[in-house]
Design a protein around this ligand. Structure first.
Ligand code: RM4
Ligand code: MN
Ligand code: MN
Length: 418
């Protein structure tokens, strides 16, 4: 629709290259390079603190999660790595090297390793920020296991999120806790294999509700900077106060060369872990716009950004939810690639606010679905991933197999995300 609300007749829509000032080959190359990591926990039954609703097709073992992740990658061609959550995926008896082989059989690699510093009883008052040294030691032992797993599976990302924090004013000394975290991160940084990265995730609330020990991007930045050059900041889109300008944080981190990656999800209220772009797709577009702007206008290297999904599909069928997420991400990324940056620079130089804003709005409003279909066809992929996945009958098949396998194991679904 144009701004008066009348859609021009189709025949008058100019060809793509005229509208966007970017040729098809460049766009296709950008799409080729755009990869998103899916999380193992997105394939499992998850819930809220009030309970879980179980799905027959949900994955319960790491093998099943990898089969599902491989299926998402098969239909989207965009998700070659899988994030693992160590305690949920590598319980006793799970062999890391064998798991890497299963990933390979499913056309995947193990991506980020997510340690778990929140589940064990000893972490009641935190992990490395805890004044109780036995909790700190427990966290250190777990981290050594995680570094060993990372080496065994050939992962190059340790993705760190801490539930550390306090529930009440005065509960512990904020500065002592800060120094404990500093010490732990520095120590772990020095244990990283060459080529490994350490991502530091922040979150202002939950499960601690008075303060968390890495509450915002500034704190994550300071910790990462002091840990060493392999440490960068991880932006989880659900981990901000309402109304926070996330794309500005992204632009700053990019300019400081401290943006490590994302956990994408959407939310309405708190850390809701809803499907990316389901509530506010323009917000995701604005993030991608800042990334493309950093690359094209400011000459920054954005190739190392780890795009990851951190969602819980409590009610949606897991694989469909993931395919929906990934195709949404591709659409919004592509729209951001379409922003006419020369035109935008010109409008900014003229201080013409309306023209400048329209550069973003018209790219956001572009129908990119036909371009994506063309790109998929040119790469020998399914033109419409969701339709093709539904037609494959995968969900009904694994539902049957997994129900039988669970019954044979005598397994019932536990309360964790594993
Ligand atoms: C946290 C954070 C972490 C995720 C855990 C399960 O809120 O987003 O990245 O691993 O939840
Ligand atoms: Mn996260
Ligand atoms: Mn979260």
């Amino acid at each position: 629709m144009n701004w008066r609300g009348f859609a021009p007749p189709l025949a008058f829509i100019p060809p793509l290259h005229i509208t966007i000032g970017m040729d098809r080959d460049k766009l296709f190359k950008l799409l080729d390079e755009f990869k998103i990591e899916t999380p193992s926990w997105g394939y499992a039954d998850t819930g809220t603190r009030f309970g879980k609703f179980l799905q027959a097709a949900a994955a319960s073992t790491i093998d099943e999660k990898l089969a599902d992740a491989g299926t998402v990658n098969k239909f989207t061609g965009c998700c070659p790595t899988v994030a693992v959550h160590v305690l949920w995926d590598f319980s006793m008896g799970v062999n890391a090297t064998a798991t890497a082989d299963i990933a390979k059989k499913n056309g995947l690699r193990i991506g980020s390793i997510n340690p778990n510093f929140f589940q064990d009883q000893v972490y009641k008052s935190g992990s490395v920020c805890n004044s109780d040294e036995s909790a700190q030691q427990h966290a250190h032992r777990h981290m050594s296991d995680c570094i060993a797993i990372a080496k065994a599976v050939g992962s190059d990302i340790l993705s760190l999120w801490f539930a550390d924090g306090c529930n009440y004013p005065g509960q512990d000394d904020i500065v002592d806790r800060k120094r404990r975290m500093h010490g732990a991160l520095r120590q772990w940084h020095s244990a990283l294999a060459p080529g490994m990265k350490m991502l530091v995730e922040y979150k202002p609330f939950e499960p601690a509700f008075y303060h968390t020990d890495i509450a915002d991007w500034g704190m994550a930045y300071i910790y990462a900077k002091s840990a060493g050059p392999k440490a960068k900041v991880l932006v989880d889109t659900g981990h901000h106060y309402q109304a926070q300008n996330i794309e500005q944080i992204v632009a700053w981190l990019l300019d400081e060369e401290m943006l490590g990656g994302f956990h994408f999800n959407d939310r309405k209220y708190a850390d809701d872990d809803l499907t990316m772009g389901s509530i506010d797709p323009y917000a995701v577009f604005r993030i991608f716009h800042e990334i493309r702007n950093a690359a094209e206008t400011h000459g920054k290297d954005v190739s190392q950004i780890a795009y990851m999904i951190d969602q819980s599909h409590n009610l949606k069928p897991k694989i469909e939810a993931m395919i929906q997420t990934v195709t949404t991400a591709q659409e919004l990324y592509l729209k951001a690639c379409l922003v006419d940056r020369a035109k935008l620079r010109d409008a900014q130089a003229r201080q013409n606010i309306v023209d400048a804003e329209e550069c973003l709005r018209s790219a956001f409003g572009a129908d990119v679905k036909p371009v994506l279909i063309e790109w998929r066809k040119s790469r020998g992929m399914e033109a419409k991933p969701m339709e093709a996945y539904r037609a494959s009958g995968y969900e009904a098949r694994v539902a049957k197999e997994r129900e039988a396998a669970r019954a044979a194991r005598g397994a019932s679904s536990g309360s964790s995300y594993a």
